[in-house]
Design a protein around this ligand. Sequence first.
Ligand code: SF4
Length: 183
Amino acid sequence: MLRILGKIHRIGIVTEPIPTIDESALTEVGEQLRDHVGEQFGGSLAIREVDAGSCNGCELEIQALNNSYYSIERFGVHFVASPRHADMLLVTGPVSRHMEAALRSVYDATPEPKLVIAVGRCGADGGEFGTSYASRGAVSNVIPVDGIIYGCPPTPLDLMRGILQAIAKRQQYSTDNQADKIA
Ligand code: SF4
Protein backbone atom coordinates (compact mmCIF):
# COMPACT_ATOMS: atom_id res chain seq x y z
CA MET A 1 0.00 0.00 0.00
CA LEU A 2 2.77 2.42 0.97
CA ARG A 3 4.60 1.48 -2.20
CA ILE A 4 1.54 2.40 -4.30
CA LEU A 5 1.01 5.66 -2.44
CA GLY A 6 4.71 6.50 -2.91
CA LYS A 7 4.42 5.83 -6.63
CA ILE A 8 1.35 8.05 -6.90
CA HIS A 9 3.21 10.79 -5.05
CA ARG A 10 6.26 10.44 -7.32
CA ILE A 11 4.43 10.30 -10.66
CA GLY A 12 1.59 12.71 -9.93
CA ILE A 13 -1.40 13.16 -12.23
CA VAL A 14 -0.76 11.73 -15.69
CA THR A 15 -4.15 12.29 -17.33
CA GLU A 16 -4.57 15.06 -19.88
CA PRO A 17 -5.60 18.43 -18.48
CA ILE A 18 -9.30 19.17 -18.77
CA PRO A 19 -9.84 21.30 -21.89
CA THR A 20 -11.20 24.76 -21.30
CA ILE A 21 -14.73 25.22 -22.50
CA ASP A 22 -16.11 28.47 -23.80
CA GLU A 23 -18.99 28.92 -21.35
CA SER A 24 -20.21 32.15 -22.94
CA ALA A 25 -20.47 30.42 -26.35
CA LEU A 26 -22.40 27.56 -24.77
CA THR A 27 -24.86 29.97 -23.18
CA GLU A 28 -25.23 31.94 -26.43
CA VAL A 29 -25.81 28.88 -28.63
CA GLY A 30 -28.10 27.32 -26.02
CA GLU A 31 -30.29 30.39 -25.79
CA GLN A 32 -30.59 30.67 -29.58
CA LEU A 33 -31.44 26.98 -29.69
CA ARG A 34 -34.15 27.42 -27.04
CA ASP A 35 -35.67 30.34 -29.01
CA HIS A 36 -35.78 28.41 -32.30
CA VAL A 37 -37.08 25.25 -30.63
CA GLY A 38 -39.75 27.36 -28.94
CA GLU A 39 -40.86 28.96 -32.20
CA GLN A 40 -40.75 25.91 -34.45
CA PHE A 41 -41.30 22.88 -32.22
CA GLY A 42 -43.53 24.14 -29.43
CA GLY A 43 -40.58 24.15 -27.05
CA SER A 44 -39.60 20.52 -27.56
CA LEU A 45 -37.35 19.16 -30.31
CA ALA A 46 -37.19 15.35 -30.35
CA ILE A 47 -34.06 13.73 -31.77
CA ARG A 48 -33.48 10.08 -32.62
CA GLU A 49 -29.79 9.28 -32.78
CA VAL A 50 -28.75 6.53 -35.19
CA ASP A 51 -25.36 4.88 -35.15
CA ALA A 52 -25.09 3.62 -38.70
CA GLY A 53 -21.58 2.21 -38.30
CA SER A 54 -19.41 4.70 -36.45
CA CYS A 55 -16.35 3.96 -34.29
CA ASN A 56 -18.36 5.33 -31.30
CA GLY A 57 -16.23 8.46 -31.04
CA CYS A 58 -19.10 10.58 -32.35
CA GLU A 59 -21.53 8.79 -30.01
CA LEU A 60 -19.47 9.75 -26.97
CA GLU A 61 -19.73 13.42 -27.91
CA ILE A 62 -23.45 13.11 -28.62
CA GLN A 63 -23.98 11.46 -25.25
CA ALA A 64 -22.11 14.33 -23.61
CA LEU A 65 -24.95 16.62 -24.68
CA ASN A 66 -27.02 14.99 -21.95
CA ASN A 67 -24.47 15.31 -19.15
CA SER A 68 -24.91 17.81 -16.37
CA TYR A 69 -22.57 20.34 -17.99
CA TYR A 70 -24.14 20.64 -21.47
CA SER A 71 -27.57 19.49 -20.31
CA ILE A 72 -29.18 20.11 -23.70
CA GLU A 73 -32.61 19.24 -22.29
CA ARG A 74 -32.72 22.62 -20.59
CA PHE A 75 -32.85 24.16 -24.09
CA GLY A 76 -35.80 21.98 -25.11
CA VAL A 77 -33.86 19.28 -27.00
CA HIS A 78 -34.66 15.67 -26.08
CA PHE A 79 -33.35 12.35 -27.32
CA VAL A 80 -36.09 9.80 -27.95
CA ALA A 81 -36.01 6.03 -28.37
CA SER A 82 -38.25 5.75 -31.42
CA PRO A 83 -38.03 7.45 -34.81
CA ARG A 84 -41.85 7.63 -34.73
CA HIS A 85 -41.56 10.30 -32.03
CA ALA A 86 -38.69 12.19 -33.64
CA ASP A 87 -38.49 15.54 -35.43
CA MET A 88 -34.86 15.02 -36.36
CA LEU A 89 -32.45 12.18 -37.05
CA LEU A 90 -28.84 12.59 -36.00
CA VAL A 91 -26.93 9.96 -37.96
CA THR A 92 -23.31 8.94 -37.50
CA GLY A 93 -21.52 7.06 -40.23
CA PRO A 94 -20.04 5.63 -42.26
CA VAL A 95 -23.13 3.64 -43.13
CA SER A 96 -22.13 0.01 -42.95
CA ARG A 97 -23.85 -2.33 -45.40
CA HIS A 98 -25.29 -4.15 -42.37
CA MET A 99 -27.01 -0.95 -41.25
CA GLU A 100 -28.18 0.29 -44.65
CA ALA A 101 -31.63 -1.34 -44.56
CA ALA A 102 -32.12 -0.41 -40.90
CA LEU A 103 -31.26 3.22 -41.63
CA ARG A 104 -33.77 3.34 -44.49
CA SER A 105 -36.44 1.86 -42.17
CA VAL A 106 -35.68 4.46 -39.49
CA TYR A 107 -35.92 7.22 -42.09
CA ASP A 108 -39.26 5.91 -43.38
CA ALA A 109 -40.62 5.60 -39.83
CA THR A 110 -39.82 9.23 -38.96
CA PRO A 111 -42.83 11.48 -39.54
CA GLU A 112 -42.71 14.41 -41.98
CA PRO A 113 -41.50 17.10 -41.89
CA LYS A 114 -38.26 15.56 -40.71
CA LEU A 115 -34.73 16.82 -40.60
CA VAL A 116 -31.68 14.62 -41.07
CA ILE A 117 -28.20 15.63 -39.95
CA ALA A 118 -25.10 13.61 -40.82
CA VAL A 119 -22.59 13.73 -37.97
CA GLY A 120 -18.80 13.60 -38.19
CA ARG A 121 -16.39 13.22 -41.04
CA CYS A 122 -17.55 9.65 -41.60
CA GLY A 123 -21.19 10.70 -41.77
CA ALA A 124 -20.23 13.45 -44.21
CA ASP A 125 -18.23 11.44 -46.73
CA GLY A 126 -17.23 8.10 -45.26
CA GLY A 127 -14.10 9.50 -43.63
CA GLU A 128 -11.35 7.00 -42.89
CA PHE A 129 -13.57 4.12 -43.95
CA GLY A 130 -14.70 5.49 -47.30
CA THR A 131 -16.81 3.30 -49.53
CA SER A 132 -16.08 -0.39 -49.79
CA TYR A 133 -17.59 -3.87 -49.85
CA ALA A 134 -18.56 -3.23 -46.18
CA SER A 135 -19.39 0.48 -46.24
CA ARG A 136 -21.77 2.74 -48.16
CA GLY A 137 -19.78 5.75 -46.92
CA ALA A 138 -21.67 9.03 -46.50
CA VAL A 139 -25.13 9.07 -44.91
CA SER A 140 -26.34 10.98 -48.00
CA ASN A 141 -25.56 7.88 -50.10
CA VAL A 142 -28.45 6.16 -48.33
CA ILE A 143 -31.00 8.76 -47.19
CA PRO A 144 -31.58 12.49 -47.93
CA VAL A 145 -29.53 14.75 -45.65
CA ASP A 146 -30.40 18.34 -44.65
CA GLY A 147 -27.20 19.26 -42.84
CA ILE A 148 -23.71 18.07 -41.95
CA ILE A 149 -21.77 18.56 -38.73
CA TYR A 150 -18.07 18.08 -39.50
CA GLY A 151 -15.38 16.98 -37.07
CA CYS A 152 -13.70 13.78 -35.99
CA PRO A 153 -15.49 13.77 -33.71
CA PRO A 154 -17.40 17.06 -33.49
CA THR A 155 -17.49 18.53 -29.97
CA PRO A 156 -20.79 18.87 -28.10
CA LEU A 157 -20.74 22.60 -28.87
CA ASP A 158 -20.23 21.85 -32.59
CA LEU A 159 -23.22 19.51 -32.38
CA MET A 160 -25.37 22.19 -30.77
CA ARG A 161 -24.32 24.70 -33.43
CA GLY A 162 -25.12 22.20 -36.20
CA ILE A 163 -28.58 21.44 -34.78
CA LEU A 164 -29.23 25.15 -34.45
CA GLN A 165 -28.13 25.85 -38.04
CA ALA A 166 -30.34 23.09 -39.41
CA ILE A 167 -33.50 24.29 -37.69
CA ALA A 168 -32.73 27.96 -38.43
CA LYS A 169 -32.28 27.06 -42.11
CA ARG A 170 -35.60 25.24 -42.13
CA GLN A 171 -37.33 28.22 -40.56
CA GLN A 172 -35.83 30.53 -43.18
CA TYR A 173 -36.91 28.17 -45.94
CA SER A 174 -40.54 28.06 -44.74
CA THR A 175 -40.61 31.87 -44.29
CA ASP A 176 -39.33 32.33 -47.87
CA ASN A 177 -41.90 29.83 -49.17
CA GLN A 178 -44.74 31.63 -47.42
CA ALA A 179 -43.55 34.96 -48.83
CA ASP A 180 -43.48 33.43 -52.35
CA LYS A 181 -47.06 32.17 -51.93
CA ILE A 182 -48.27 35.59 -50.75
CA ALA A 183 -46.41 37.46 -53.52
S1 SF4 B 1 -15.91 10.95 -37.61
FE1 SF4 B 1 -14.18 10.22 -36.35
S2 SF4 B 1 -15.08 9.85 -34.31
FE2 SF4 B 1 -16.80 9.96 -35.77
S3 SF4 B 1 -17.16 7.83 -36.41
FE3 SF4 B 1 -15.70 8.71 -37.88
S4 SF4 B 1 -13.64 8.15 -37.10
FE4 SF4 B 1 -15.14 7.89 -35.41
